[in-house]
Design a protein around this ligand. Structure first.
Ligand code: IMP
Ligand code: MG
Length: 176
């Protein structure tokens, strides 16, 4: 069964990712940034974004988890694994690619850790940003879509591990 109402169609996502790719390409022209994907949510977005760009990049991934079901737990697991990337981050221009900016906890903690590892520059690209006030002020440099404060799934986003593979972004109502 496919859940929820469609918020963003495949065509809308594709068109927006293409625009983001162009803008990011322009910004980093002549450089070789590190694209750091936040797994698992950024899986499709990262892959589509990379293919929408005309740029030499390096690709890294980090697996971070803060959600249990539809609630942010406030606990962020997986940050320590970043330290293994230390060498490849020091002195580099890093673009964090994530699925969604919600409370801001994930991206602020990740940014702080990357600074510690000596990144020369850190920018953030998210597919989605919830319009509500972030608990921790984080600004994305590129945002695909601003959305209402609803729980969404698909195109990488999950509910308890499900629905990541949906081709659209859908609003999951009555999620338990
Ligand atoms: P933050 O730390 O609260 O900003 O949350 C960021 C992370 O929580 C995202 O990278 C997602 O993995 C997850 N998340 C936040 N909102 C949603 C949602 O509506 N659907 C699925 N995952 C979400
Ligand atoms: Mg995530």
């Amino acid at each position: 069964m496919t859940p929820g109402r469609i918020l963003l169609t495949q065509a809308q996502i594709r068109a927006r990712v293409r625009q983001l790719g162009k803008s990011i390409t322009r910004h980093y022209r002549g450089q070789r940034p590190v694209f750091l994907g936040v797994m698992n949510g950024a899986l499709f977005f990262l892959a589509d974004l990379l293919r929408a760009m005309d740029l030499e990049t390096e690709i890294s991934c980090v697996q971070l988890t803060s959600y249990a079901g539809t609630q942010s737990t406030g606990q962020l697991a997986g940050l320590a694994d970043l330290d293994a990337l230390g060498e490849s981050i020091a002195g580099r221009h890093v673009l964090i690619v994530d699925d969604i900016l919600d409370t801001g906890r994930t991206l602020s903690a990740l940014t702080a850790r990357l600074k510690k590892l000596g990144a020369a520059d850190i920018k953030i690209c998210v597919l989605l940003e919830k319009r509500r006030q972030h608990e921790i002020p984080v600004k994305a440099d590129w945002t695909g879509f601003k959305i209402a404060d609803e729980f969404v799934v698909g195109y990488g986003l999950d509910f308890k591990g499900r629905y990541r593979g949906l081709k659209q972004v859908r609003v999951l109502e009555n999620a338990v």
